[in-house]
Design a binder for this molecule. Structure first.
Ligand SMILES: NC(=O)C1=CN([C@@H]2O[C@H](COP(=O)(O)OP(=O)(O)OC[C@H]3O[C@@H](n4cnc5c(N)ncnc54)[C@H](OP(=O)(O)O)[C@@H]3O)[C@@H](O)[C@H]2O)[C@@H](O)CC1
Ligand SMILES: Nc1ncnc2c1ncn2[C@@H]1O[C@H](COP(=O)(O)OP(=O)(O)OP(=O)(O)O)[C@@H](O)[C@H]1O
Length: 434
């Protein structure tokens, strides 16, 4: 019947049309695959180039305890520079401060690969900070590798005996925060060397701390020096105050700790001392300074005898670190900028908008322990190609910010540093043990 024939034709035509559709769709998908593969290969190539640039710019970890000779007059131009120049792309919290001068800029390039590099770098960094992917992943895995395993073979003290130089009549909270944070991160013993009138107060906060009321005694340096052979790390400054006698004691303790090759983190009033006498720590590769913006500006202007260019923090951090003899420097802020004078690392782990006092004490206390772990790991050959002080700084910054984030989720506006300290364990597990 004609009707049957028509139907047959119709079915044939629709089968044909369907086949054509699938053929075209398959071709389209194959073309898409080829395009993706080409893009992937190009990015891989760019990342390899980037890795080469980074590895050629990395400082040697073997130089950890040897003071470097004279610092370069101008920080070297290295791989971290391009991200500071890009103007499009990453979300606000990932952006590097834009360079205002051209002293860090590369000459214009006609090489297509070089032209493509900024966009890959941009992607590389934007993968980085918020998700702990990309470059942050590399450093986070280094931080993981310095964390000592918990085994039944160890005795008390092996995972870190940390000394805090600070605590006076006015400030008892700061040394407590630093010392308890050192313990909560995984250090075994925390010693606080404070003034007599601060000691009972600090002891009463916590039975976990060992408190020595010696900082204002006439033979303070000798009293503290007795403990130095037992200490793995020193944190100088939280709640120290600025009295001349206390600063003089702190200075001599730093010098004697340096002579013993002990990692030293300097914060708060310790930075006041460094601002007036930079030589006390200059060139010491196991030293880390942790200034907030105010402390950084003071230190920068003292060393450079000129106002800081506050629109290019990245450059200023490199400059100051170089002027301090390639000391590791952490400029705390919306992003923490970490540099040992050769390049700048940014830690942007999400924190919160809550800025209660004492967060810097948590940071420097935990950094004291991590500095010990990082240098011990470096000596054991566990981390290569990266300055151990930078690894420790990055670890402590990530941890502090993560604690801030977690505490804020629970307590919101009423978050205090004590709430953040409660979060050290879970935050540490999340970042470094998962
Ligand atoms: N519970 C305790 O015991 C605690 C004790 N602590 C101990 O106190 C001691 C003194 O330390 P410190 O930081 O208050 O002194 P200092 O450097 O003179 O700064 C003061 C001025 O700087 C400014 N300013 C600060 N940050 C800034 C920024 N990011 N960006 C810009 N500006 C900034 C700010 O100026 P303002 O905004 O008020 O005009 C502020 O007035 C030290 O021993 C420390 O350990 C603390 O650890 C807290 C918990
Ligand atoms: N705007 C910000 N956003 C997110 N985190 C921040 C911000 N500012 C500082 N932090 C974090 O808070 C920590 C302490 O930095 P802060 O600038 O409060 O130090 P500080 O002023 O020396 O502290 P303290 O009150 O102990 O003296 C750092 O680890 C930093 O990462």
């Amino acid at each position: 019947f004609p009707m049957e024939k028509l139907m047959e034709q119709f079915l044939e035509q629709s089968a044909q049309a369907e086949e054509n559709f699938y053929r075209v769709e398959e071709q389209r998908l194959q073309a898409e695959d080829r395009r993706r593969e080409a893009e992937h290969a190009r990015e891989l190539h760019m990342l390899q180039m980037l890795a080469q640039v980074f590895s050629s710019g990395r400082p040697s970890s073997s130089s950890s305890s040897t003071p470097k000779p004279s610092p370069p007059a101008r920080p070297p131009v290295i791989s971290s520079t391009p991200p500071s120049q890009h103007t499009r792309g990453p979300p606000g919290h990932l952006k590097r401060p834009a360079s205002q001068t051209d002293s860090f800029s590369q000459p214009p390039s006609t090489d297509p690969q070089a032209l493509a590099l900024p966009s890959v770098l941009e992607r590389y960094y934007s993968l980085g900070s918020s998700s702990l992917g990309g470059m942050d992943d590399d450093i986070v895995s280094l931080v993981k590798s310095i964390v000592p395993p918990l085994t039944s073979k160890k005795h008390k003290g092996q995972d870190g005996r940390i000394g805090i130089i600070g605590g006076c009549k006015d400030y008892t909270g700061a040394p407590y925060f630093a010392a308890i944070s050192a313990l909560k991160v995984g250090g075994d013993l925390s010693h606080v060397f404070c003034t007599k009138d601060a000691a009972t107060v600090i002891k009463s906060y916590s039975p976990e701390l060992i408190v020595h009321p010696v900082l204002d005694s006439p033979n303070a340096v000798e009293e503290i020096e007795k403990w130095l052979p037992r200490l793995h790390g020193l944190v100088v400054g939280p709640g120290l105050g600025r009295e001349d006698f206390l600063l003089k004691t702190a200075k001599e303790v730093i010098e004697r700790s340096r002579a013993r090759d002990i990692p030293i983190v300097i914060d708060a009033d310790g930075l006041w001392l460094v601002t007036h006498q930079p030589a006390v720590i200059q060139g010491y590769q196991k030293g880390i300074l942790t200034p907030n913006f105010m402390e950084f500006t003071r230190l920068f202007e003292a060393l450079h005898h000129e106002p800081m260019n506050s629109s290019d923090h990245q450059r200023s951090v490199m400059q100051l670190s170089a002027a301090m003899g390639n000391l590791t420097l952490v400029l705390k802020g919306e992003q923490d900028l970490i540099s040992d004078g050769s390049k700048v690392y940014s830690c942007s782990v999400e924190g919160s908008g809550r800025r209660c006092g004492g967060q810097g004490d948590l940071l420097c206390g935990s950094m004291g322990v991590m500095a010990h772990w990082a240098h011990a790991a470096s000596t054991a050959g566990l981390i290569r190609g990266m300055n151990p002080s930078v690894v420790a700084a990055f670890g402590a910054c990530s941890l502090t910010r993560q604690c801030n984030n977690q505490a804020f989720q629970r307590h919101g506006r009423s978050t205090t540093t004590s709430d953040m300290i409660q979060e050290i364990g879970p935050a540490f597990r999340k970042l470094f043990e998962s």
